[in-house]
Design a protein around this ligand. Structure first.
Ligand SMILES: Nc1ncnc2c1ncn2[C@@H]1O[C@H](COP(=O)(O)OP(=O)(O)OP(=O)(O)O)[C@@H](O)[C@H]1O
Ligand SMILES: [Mg+2]
Length: 371
């Protein structure tokens, strides 16, 4: 009888292990000293370790810095209640880069593991990307409508101002006074040009089949001609990227804006291993841009090792007139985002001191359906 009970117990244990292993959520159990008792397969994958090797090892060995996770565990054990934190940033020792995760810690008291805690970790990176992207897309839509409105308000009185200055110039007997009217006229013209840039190209994209690497080579040459000496431009291309249907000039302009920003960011910088810009392409599969899912998307990245995007600009970076440079107009990114969104694409960025990456995502669908 006793034997029967224990076999049944063994069965249930095996079953629950199998169930835990088919979860996409990472599950870890640690004892009261924070030593690992158990990891499921998802946790092994997330942390890049095997559970046999980690059994009995301290939880802290999995992470570069376990402070954030330990704080969640402490909260749960102090109150002896489950405790959750959303969007926690962790960095596994065996993975490259940070992960953003949602984490729940629950006290777990079993005869086999007294006063233990069970930790559940789910990947929140994708979720965060969608939130940020949605915010971006709303920003673009909102700013475009605002610009149209503003452009009209500015252009109308400017026409009047310019006309009046011309009339005045003709009436002025003293030629030296005409210097002033010509300042009025040229400044009015400069404003009109600025507003026109804000409005972007009037025509919709003229799409043709284009090899994106050929465009990037061209952009690379222009950047090299622009740059002061000492900037290395590297290339890291994915040769499997098929041709895209796009408006060559519009996409060149968008890329040039990103490239010039990278150059300008490097002007005052002195990175330890020299100033570098990397032009990178990749083919990505199953990517969401806004609400649409695309089977294949071309990713074109401009990476630099400059100081990074100033913290206070990050939330509004793609708004027109947002600039961190004394002589900047703050139109480059707004225009680039507009041009790319006309191709159903998106520009996003990731920036920290020493590594800034702007990514243009362009869906490939049109090339395949021959639109
Ligand atoms: N690669 C980068 N590294 C650091 N900061 C950047 C980078 N790219 C853009 N920025 C910041 O974003 C700001 C806005 O860029 P944006 O291209 O929109 O305008 P701008 O370069 O200031 O002016 P414009 O492009 O109209 O001449 C820049 O002024 C700069 O502060
Ligand atoms: Mg710029």
């Amino acid at each position: 009888m006793a034997a029967q009970v224990s076999t049944r117990h063994a069965h249930t244990m095996a079953d629950s292990t199998r169930i835990l292993d088919s979860l996409s959520t990472s599950v870890l159990i640690v004892d009261r000293h924070s030593s690992l008792l158990y990891l499921n397969v998802a946790a092994e994958t997330l942390f890049g370790v095997s559970r046999n090797q980690m059994r009995g090892r301290p939880l802290a060995e999995l992470l570069v810095d376990a402070t954030a996770l330990n704080a969640v565990i402490e909260r749960a054990t102090e109150t002896w209640r489950p405790f959750s934190r959303r969007e926690l940033t962790i960095r596994p020792v065996n993975a490259d880069g940070d992960l953003i995760v949602d984490c729940t810690v629950a006290p777990f008291d079993e005869p086999s593991a007294p006063s233990a805690v069970l930790i559940e970790i789910t990947d929140a990176t994708q979720h965060q990307r969608i939130t940020r992207e949605t915010a971006l897309l709303t920003q673009i839509g909102g700013s475009r409508a605002m610009i149209r409105q503003l452009a009209h308000e500015i252009k109308n009185p400017l026409g009047g101002l310019r006309g009046a200055a011309q009339l005045l110039a003709r009436q002025l007997a003293d030629a030296s006074m005409r210097e002033y009217t010509s300042v009025i006229i040229s400044e009015a013209d400069r404003l009109v040009a600025l507003v026109d840039t804000l409005l972007g190209p009037v025509h919709s994209p003229r799409k043709e089949s284009v090899n994106i690497h050929e465009l990037l080579q061209h952009v690379g040459h222009l950047l090299a001609a622009d740059s002061q000496s000492g900037v290395t431009i590297e290339r890291d291309y994915d040769p499997s990227l098929p041709p895209l249907r796009l408006d060559r000039n519009q996409i060149i302009q968008a890329m040039l804006n990103l490239g010039r920003n990278a150059l300008q960011a490097l002007e005052q910088a002195s990175p330890p291993r020299g100033k570098r810009i990397i032009l990178r392409t990749r083919a990505l599969t199953n990517v969401n841009i806004g609400a649409r899912r695309h089977r294949v998307v071309a990713s074109v990245q401009f990476e630099d090792n400059g100081p990074g995007v100033p913290e206070h600009l990050r939330d509004t970076l793609f708004y027109p007139l947002v600039t961190g440079r004394a002589d900047g107009t703050g139109l480059g990114l707004a225009v680039a985002q507009d041009l790319v969104s006309r191709h159903d694409g998106l520009i996003e960025f990731d920036s920290r001191p020493g590594q800034t990456i702007f990514t243009i995502l362009l869906p490939l669908h049109a090339a395949n359906t021959g639109q």
